[in-house]
Design a protein around this ligand. Structure first.
Ligand code: ADP
Length: 303
């Protein structure tokens, strides 16, 4: 197969591993810098140019699109879809997953367990918002944040009010969430490939910190998940329309709660914790699906 990996650099761990896994399985792979792609949209034969030349037709494309370039990255991916290339994850599903609020609304509609979450626009409604999620302590999240940046634990109602007011004053979009204390500063990353959880790890925050992100100094270890956690992760990925996803769960007293569904989950932490060849599993998924579904993505040519 001819496979393009859409990524800013081949030096990024996940990109390097996918490149290596695809090459070792005999595929013709190239890393295509998302921001160096240009697109010919107007003609009868839509095409993609890379580094000043027309990119030859690819069988599959693996999007590794960072949050900061979602707009351009999903446009490039859509162009691959229009030209009949099979995407590992579809552009529409990636756009959907990048909008935290929209994702939670989609998941709630299908009965997935979520932390109680509130959202409002006017500072006049802050009081009601705090009540809606059950009062302090509560978690305030910037909708545009990643890697734990912009996630704040407000221990008292007064602190919550001040932080929410400050964010609103800066015109930042935020959501407010009940604090799942019993999670004990840990979350579970379930790595889903093709409707199966292929590996899971527990990330534990540093002492004195409630955010378990590895970028915030959290540590990871492999964990055995319950059947309920497994089915929640698989369903969440399916609802989002993602073939490959990192589903983050919190263990609460009333079962697993989905915090986020990540459409470009990193491979480094999960491969190191589990010792599994996840990159190889992703390439295997493409091998199975590219031929059977060629040119039949649901979103071909659509927004
Ligand atoms: P990001 O997308 O920036 O990583 P998250 O929403 O995943 O932000 O939050 C970062 C971390 O904070 C999570 O991994 C988890 O450990 C902790 N956390 C987030 N929301 C809650 C919550 N409602 N209750 C308890 N801990 C939370």
């Amino acid at each position: 197969m001819k496979i393009a990996i859409l990524s800013r650099s081949r030096r990024i761990y996940s990109t390097a591993r996918l490149l290596e896994a695809a090459q070792s399985r005999g595929h013709e792979v190239r890393v295509v810098d998302t921001l160096r792609c240009s697109m010919n949209i107007a003609s009868h034969r839509p095409s993609i140019h890379f580094g000043g030349e027309k990119l030859e037709q690819q069988d599959a494309v693996i999007p590794r699109i960072g949050a900061s370039i979602t707009f351009y990255g999903t446009a490039v991916l859509r162009q691959f879809e229009v030209t009949g290339t099979y995407p590992l994850n579809e552009s529409v599903a990636i756009s959907r997953s990048r909008d935290k609020l929209r994702s939670l609304q989609l998941l709630s509609r299908r009965g997935i367990g979520l932390p109680v979450t509130g959202f409002c626009h006017s500072p006049d409604d802050i009081d009601d918002l705090i009540k809606m999620v059950g009062g302090a302590p509560l978690v305030i999240k910037l909708l545009e944040g990643t890697q734990g940046i912009g996630v704040v634990l407000a221990e008292t109602r007064k602190a919550a009010e001040s932080v929410i007011e400050a964010f609103m004053g800066l015109k930042a979009n935020i959501m407010v969430q009940e604090y799942i204390k019993e999670a004990g500063g840990a979350d579970i990353r379930c790595f889903v490939v093709g409707g199966k959880v292929v590996a899971a790890m527990r990330r534990q925050a540093q002492p004195g910190e409630f955010r378990s992100n590895l970028h915030r100094g959290g540590s990871a270890e492999v964990i055995k998940i319950t059947p309920e956690e497994r089915s929640t992760a698989v369903r969440a990925a399916k609802i989002m329309g993602l073939n490959v996803a990192g589903v983050d769960l919190l263990r609460s007293n009333h079962g697993p709660l989905v915090m986020e569904v990540n459409s470009s989950p990193g491979l480094e932490g999960i491969e190191q914790a589990s010792g599994k060849d996840i990159a190889g599993m992703i390439i295997q998924f493409l091998e199975k699906n590219v031929v059977s579904q060629k040119g039949s993505t649901r979103t071909r040519g659509k927004g």
